[in-house]
Ligand binder design. Structure first.
Ligand SMILES: *Cc1c(COP(=O)(O)O)cnc(C)c1O
Length: 298
């Protein structure tokens, strides 16, 4: 079995007077269109992991995530499409009492959910914990939270091939930094990369990303977290609605809206030289908007 993906992935260029006046081109790489559930960067991070699972004859995928995790639901969908079973280790026992739309979707796609307390969840990368899990789930191939391993990075490297040779700056919203590091590896050193961590105090990711990237031509901008991971503020929501009305492109409030807001602010501040071609990567994640849908016009 294979996963049917939309191969028609294009860049939408954003027309706004304040951008044109600075002689800048701004585009969005629409990875969100690649698949309705396994959207955006998640497919890229899963691809090589699934290959590794098959190579080691595993018939199941096991991974970790919170109650709103795009990675969890993408893993559930990918496993089902590949005729594999899947298990989700969900952070927090309370998540069991009020299933989010994300977790409902995981269950609908056949994922078995195991709710673990925060202490146990915190051991998700410990070798002895992973060994115990492999005994409990012998058929399972374990993918770390967010697909954050060398296969995830290798898969994300392929995103670079969708970017035009004329690009000068590439922007990516950052959770674990796996996607950012993968794209960095796939691009020529002459291209600048800017990452927008979506959690408060995301600067700590710098060391992790440095250890993954061979080049220095990247920066993190930690100014657009809007209160923290999966937090939002009225300014972010109205930006999403205005952006949709002007360009008919939906953004998600956890990741891509914060990145686009940040790009707009930096363009206004004159942070990019004239003649720049900036491409933001639309990493998908639109299913996460279910929890804010009453605020959105789309
Ligand atoms: C998961 C996710 C990210 C973050 O990807 P990382 O590789 O963990 O940094 C960015 N955007 C969206 C929409 C996501 O779902």
């Amino acid at each position: 079995m294979a996963i049917e993906l939309n191969s028609d992935i294009a860049i939408d260029y954003i027309r706004e007077d304040f951008i044109q006046q600075k002689n800048i081109r701004l585009g969005l790489l629409r990875l969100d269109k690649i698949h309705p559930v396994i959207s955006g960067n998640k497919w890229f991070k899963l691809r090589e992991n699934i290959r590794a699972a098959q190579a080691s004859k595993c018939t199941s995928l096991l991974t970790f995530g919170g109650a709103y995790s795009n990675h969890l639901v993408a893993t559930a969908a990918a496993a089902r499409a590949m005729d594999m079973t899947s298990t989700g280790m969900v952070r927090g026992l309370h998540a069991r009492d009020h299933l989010t739309p994300t977790l409902e979707a995981c269950l609908d796609m056949g994922m078995a959910l195991h709710f673990v307390n925060r202490e146990e969840y915190g051991r998700k990368d410990d070798a002895d914990y992973l060994h115990a899990l492999s005994l409990k789930f012998p058929a399972a191939y374990v993918i770390p939270e967010g697909g954050n391993n060398r296969y995830g990075i290798a898969g994300a490297t392929a995103i670079a091939a969708f970017l035009p040779a004329t690009v000068s700056h590439v922007a990516v919203a950052i959770g674990t930094g796996t996607t950012f590091a993968g794209i960095r590896k796939g691009l020529p050193n002459t291209v600048n990369m800017i990452g927008f961590p979506v959690m408060k105090g995301g600067g700590y990711l710098g060391d992790h990303i440095s250890s993954l990237c061979e080049t220095e031509n990247w920066t993190l901008n930690c100014d657009f977290h809007f209160g923290g991971f999966a937090k939002h503020q009225p300014a972010l929501i109205s930006f999403m609605n205005d952006f949709y009305k002007a360009h008919q492109i939906p953004l998600d409030f956890v990741y891509t809206a914060k990145m686009m807001y940040g790009i707009y602010e930096l363009i206004k501040k004159g942070a990019f030289p004239e003649g720049s071609e900036i491409i933001g990567v639309h990493t998908g994640g639109l299913q996460g908007n279910a929890s804010v849908s009453s605020f959105l016009c789309y």
